[in-house]
Design a protein around this ligand. Structure first.
Ligand code: A3P
Ligand code: MG
Ligand code: MG
Length: 364
């Protein structure tokens, strides 16, 4: 059906040089998922950082993990709903080239330096804006395959290792500013039920090269509180766990992880990442604060396994390619399989917007 456009990832040297212009991401609206995963157009699920006590066992409570059933395809629903409510409140539609989850932009931006990079996305052009969602069926197949993998050498499953990240959040976060939280709550965090159902999502406006974007992404916490002045940057905090670095090989592995940490935080405007280093078996041992903007420089002076400017320039070019390729109605697939030299775009439905957009958003 129709023609296929391709964007070659290599040679990446063509993205070297000064960074394309970028605009600091600014929050335009936000939303929360509550304990029942109900959408709320507010910041009720926003959390605050308060250091955990160390050491701690990240596996504790795995048996009572209240886990979100990720077989549900949420499309762009929360993001588009928050955007619609925001647009209604200001009385006009936002003019932007792209609307998507931050995770989709992360895939594009890390592509030049991530050898395992692969994705399937669906896109549609509506009133001059390209909306991009993840193709959930493809993603879910990958995830199922991952969960079915046998435990690793230490007898640990993918599921428990993924739990560690949520447990760390539960040990390091509080639901309100410190003044409003009881000492009891803070001291009993090790016993709290861990869940990944509640989320706070920030919706930001940003620009990369010649493209304007509205991105939605989860933020783990705020350091102090959100400023009343909406034009001021917000002191977001991203929490990450990582295995303690012991060898040269671990160091290289960690530098590669920093690429994802950096891109994820950079895109939503999160200035600080707190890494909880753990043992191989999941004992949380120490914390390290990393300033997001310092990461590309640190990597450059280290093993230089990736380059931040090249990621930005690559992303700017991919966005231009998408603008030139997705020019008519219908549903388009944006795809890159593992090891594929190209990012491909082709039409999969001639008309409509698939399930990418909610009817109430289209009609308001
Ligand atoms: P870590 O990042 O500490 O491993 P995020 O870091 O984006 O806030 O995500 C929180 C946690 O969700 C992660 O913590 C990890 O435990 C889990 N997680 C995120 N993406 C995942 C994926 N693709 N597969 C498995 N677990 C994932
Ligand atoms: Mg998170
Ligand atoms: Mg996190």
């Amino acid at each position: 059906m129709g023609s296929r456009s391709e964007f070659p990832v290599q040679p990446i040297q063509r993205f070297a040089g000064k960074s394309a212009p970028i605009k600091r991401p600014e929050e335009i609206t936000c939303f929360s998922y509550d304990v029942n995963r109900e959408f709320r157009w507010d910041e009720s699920s926003l959390q605050y950082y308060w250091p955990p006590s160390l050491p701690a066992d990240l596996s504790a409570g795995f048996d009572t993990f209240n886990k979100w059933d990720d077989s549900t395809d949420e499309h762009l629903d929360g993001l588009v709903k928050a955007l619609m409510l925001h647009e209604k409140s200001i009385g006009e539609r936002l003019k932007t080239d792209f609307v998507t989850w931050r995770g989709m932009m992360t895939r594009f931006m890390t592509a030049p330096f991530d050898q395992f990079n692969s994705f399937d996305m669906n896109a549609t052009l509506f009133q001059g804006t390209i909306f991009i969602e993840e193709d959930h069926p493809s993603k879910f197949e990958d995830k199922k395959e991952q969960s079915n993998r046998p435990p690793n050498r230490n007898g640990l499953s993918q599921d428990i290792m993924s739990f560690w990240g949520y447990k760390f959040e539960s040990l390091a976060l509080i639901p309100d500013i410190w003044d409003n939280v009881s000492r009891d709550f803070i001291e009993s965090r090790e016993e709290h039920i861990v869940d990944n159902i509640q989320q706070y999502c920030s919706v930001v406006y940003t620009q990369i090269g010649d493209a304007s974007l509205v991105l939605g992404g989860e933020v783990d916490a705020v350091w102090d509180r959100k400023p009343d002045d909406k034009t001021l940057p917000i002191n977001w905090v991203e929490l990450k766990t990582s295995e303690e670095i012991q060898s040269e090989r671990d160091h290289i592995k960690f530098e590669r992880k920093l690429l994802k940490f950096w891109v994820q935080s950079f895109l939503i405007g999160c200035p600080k990442i707190i890494v909880g280093f753990r043992s191989k078996s999941g004992q949380l041992q120490r914390l390290q604060e990393i300033q997001t903007q310092s990461i590309p420089g640190t990597v450059k002076r280290g093993k230089a396994s990736w380059n931040g400017n090249m990621c930005v320039n690559f992303a700017a070019e991919v966005l231009e390619f998408l603008k030139k390729s997705i020019t008519s109605e219908g549903v388009w697939r944006i795809s890159r399989k593992k090891g594929d030299p190209n990012i491909s775009v082709y039409k999969i439905e001639e008309t409509g917007t698939g399930q990418i957009l909610r009817d109430d958003f289209i009609e308001w």
